[in-house]
Every structure is written in C-alpha cells, then in structure tokens.
Design a binder for this molecule. Structure first.
Ligand SMILES: Nc1ncnc2c1ncn2[C@@H]1O[C@H](COP(=O)(O)OP(=O)(O)OP(=O)(O)O)[C@@H](O)[C@H]1O
Ligand SMILES: [Mg+2]
Length: 335
C-alpha cells in the first residue's frame, strides 16, 4: 500500500492508538481469559507511549495499525497490543508495523523482540511464524514468541572477516549450524578461519577441494569444527554425505554454499550472507574529486568492503545476544 506510513508515536497520538487497539481487539474471537486490551484508556496508552514508545501506521493519513513497546531491561524489546483495523487485514499494514518495530528495536540496541499471543489465534500465530518468530514459552493458552534480530556489519579486510568469525565462535554451542552464503571469493572460507581460531581447533581451514567436509577437533576440550563446502553438491545435504566420525551434535558445523542444502542439518541455523560491495561507482567516479583522499577511504579499502549479514533463525538464538555481541568491536561497524 503506497500511502501507508508507520511512524513512532508521541503522546498526542494516544487517542488514535487507543481507537485502533479497541477496534482491532473487539473484532477478535472471544478468548478465555478475555483480553484486557479493551480496558486500555487514552491515559494508559499515553503512559505506555511516554514510557517506552509506540508505533502508529496510517493509510492515507488515517490511523490503521498500532503497537506499544515495552522495555523491561533484559535486552529484548516487547511488542504489546499489536493492532490493525479489521477491514484493513491482509493489506500489509501489520507487516509494515512489525518491520518498523524491528528497525526501532535494532536502532535502540536490542537483541531480540518478544511478544505474547494466544494459541487460540492460529492465524495470528502463523503471521508471526512467517516473519521468523519462534515459540519460546507456553503457559496455558498464552504463547511467548520471539525473534533474535539480524545484524549487518562491514568487514573491510580479510582480518576483519576473521575477527567477525571469532566473535561468531564465541556465540556458538555444540550442535550449531552456520550457513554461509556469498558469491565465489566472497570470503566464506576466510570467515570460517576466524571461527576456527575462536573455537581453538586443530588444522588449517582451507577450501576443501576433494572432500565435502573436514572435521577439525578441538584443542581445548570444546566442540570440533566441521567445515563443509557444498559447492559441488547437488540437492540437499544429508548427514551421511559428510562421512565423518564427528557427531554434529558435538560440533559447530559451518557450511559454505549451504543455503538450500544444509537446512536439514538444523532447524535453527545461523545464516551468514556475505556481499561484496563493489566500490567502482563510488570510488572511481570521482578520482580527483573533493572526496579523494578522505581518511579511511583508500581505493583498496572501499573496493574490498564486504557487507556481512548475520540472520539468527529459530528459538536457539533468542537471549544469546547476537546483535550486541557481533557489533561490540570497534572494527565491526553496524551498517
Ligand atoms: N572482508 C574482506 N575484505 C577483503 N578481502 C577479503 C575479505 N574476506 C576475504 N577476503 C579475501 O577474498 C579472497 C577470497 O576469500 P575466500 O577464499 O574466503 O572466499 P570464499 O567465499 O570462501 O570463496 P569460494 O567461493 O571459492 O569458496 C581471499 O583472498 C581473501 O583474503
Ligand atoms: Mg571457500
């Protein structure tokens, strides 16, 4: 919907947001226990906005969707009273509001988004699942759904990529699967070398030319690294294909070219996508221009820059602090 706009709300929007909440929740099926959303007053909504903020989506300038934020100081940003006017369902309003909420959460430095819904609302639960939210808790009819937020960092050199790999290793636990995506020469093996350093495993990580997978045992009693290169592999990856003595539950498995082939290895992989930012346009377009020679913008640096997007999937990464951990280093600038 092109005339759809979602903005962070001010207390002046409290009455409009209360209206959207009331219309949306009044139209839902009756649940037991009944929702308290209908008890929200302009004052209670204003207080919530004052405390932690809110979003208001408008279609053609008219309030159409809303939610309230709640920050309980545990790293997660909670979404409350997620509401869309009933006659605007399936028109992209909810998606736009949630997308904006994820931006706000990342901008505020949160790792995760958390919300509660009811098992008696299957369409609502399906809506969240499609957007990558996973069930983390069930208490009677109440479900807690959560999503660990993705993070994008810049790596200007192979060493930057290795440093990021090392940080990923610090997050990893036995049984984790890291799916690496990126064109030829994007730096997948380089990142894996950093993971190997972080895990303190034996052997040099190289591109496995004749084998699909290689196991690197731990030197410190931790998990082994299983390094898989699925480039030559057709179809999906089965455990048996790997032909390893090492059990994946006791290892951290990293799969280059893993997208679409390694999904069978884990329901909750950490997806890492490496994109080479070709600086040609920006850099060579103005060789003698006023930007030339700006500190930190050598041709080499910009030409070789990688944008690395880490997308945690599934409940495994909720509460793991992925975003804050991977952006904590000064050399890893969040894009
Ligand atoms: N962030 C980076 N910045 C600049 N150069 C990098 C970066 N990461 C890796 N490189 C360099 O890019 C080249 C290719 O890296 P690497 O072999 O890791 O890519 P790959 O994605 O594994 O390739 P393949 O598709 O063949 O498996 C190497 O010379 C490496 O040093
Ligand atoms: Mg490689």
């Amino acid at each position: 919907m092109s005339d759809l706009h979602v903005e962070e709300a001010s207390v002046d929007d409290a009455a409009a947001i209360r209206e959207v909440i009331h219309s949306a929740f009044a139209a839902r099926p009756r649940l037991d226990p009944p929702t308290r959303a209908l008890d929200e007053s302009v004052a209670s909504v204003a207080a919530a906005i004052e405390r932690d903020g809110a979003l208001l989506g408008r279609v053609g300038g008219i309030p159409a969707g809303a939610l309230l934020f709640a920050d309980e100081g545990d790293g997660a940003l909670r979404l409350r009273r997620v509401s869309v006017l009933p006659h605007l369902h399936s028109r992209g309003v909810a998606s736009a509001v949630v997308a904006r909420a994820e931006e706000v959460a990342a901008h505020r430095g949160h790792d995760d988004i958390v919300l509660r819904t009811r098992s008696g609302l299957p369409a609502t639960v399906a809506f969240w699942m499609r957007r990558g939210y996973a069930e983390v808790e069930r208490d009677g009819t109440y479900l807690t759904l959560a999503k660990a937020l993705p993070v994008e960092v810049a790596a200007g050199s192979a060493d930057d990529s290795r440093a990021l790999g090392k940080r990923i290793a610090a997050l990893a636990r036995p049984g984790d699967v890291v799916i690496l995506t990126g064109e030829l020469g994007a730096g997948k093996t380089t990142l894996t070398q950093g993971i190997a350093t972080g895990l303190q495993v034996r052997g040099r990580v190289t591109s496995p030319t004749f084998v699909i997978a290689r196991a690197h045992p731990s030197l410190v009693g931790g998990p082994a690294l299983v390094h898989v290169d699925a480039y030559r592999l057709d179809g999906t990856l089965e455990l048996d294909d790997l032909d390893l003595d090492t059990a994946l539950e006791e290892s951290v498995t990293v799969v280059e070219w893993g997208e679409g082939v390694a999904e069978g290895l884990s329901t909750d992989p950490l997806r890492v996508r490496i994109a080479r930012l070709r600086g040609d346009d920006d850099v060579t377009a103005s060789p003698g221009g006023e930007d030339a020679g700006r500190p930190g913008e050598s041709e080499v640096g910009l030409m070789d820059l990688r944008a690395i997007t880490i997308t945690p999937t599934g409940a495994r990464w909720v509460g793991a602090g992925v975003r804050s951990h991977l952006t904590a280093s000064p050399s890893q600038v969040a894009l």
